[in-house]
Design a protein around this ligand. Sequence first.
Ligand code: ZN
Length: 162
Amino acid sequence: MALRTIRTDDDPCLYKVCKPVEKFDARLNELIEDLFDTMKIADGAGLAAPQVGVLRRVVVIDAGEGKVELVNPRIIKKEGLQRGYEGCLSFPGQSGYVERADHVIVEGFDRKGKKHTYDTRGFFARAVQHELDHLDGVVYLTLATEPPADFLAEQQAEENNI
Ligand code: ZN
């Protein structure tokens, strides 16, 4: 088990477009293992390779539905809308309101080069979109907006519903 240092805040690695993986080799295997270990220790639901300084298109996710690794991932379908707050291991202590698609179908390869397709919804879908953005140098803070009034009203209603 090896932990890698998570890059934070204004680290340039967080703002670059990553290159596709070309070799499914021992180095990729090690990177994916380290991403899972680092994500777990940091108590995150997802981690992208650029967050540990590797500018390649690799992410790992565990949004409560098992461990998922995606190499050279691609979103093939996006629909619906979910509204909510999210945070990021690269921006500790912060959170922001981000609107995302609620249903996302993503395909990608595992470390052995086998192709997988995941049909994701809710938090899993949010995590997929957040992590794939990292591969294009997009951090969620640039997508965050003020929560709309009707969203806040709904939250209020939930809190009052005892
Ligand atoms: Zn993130």
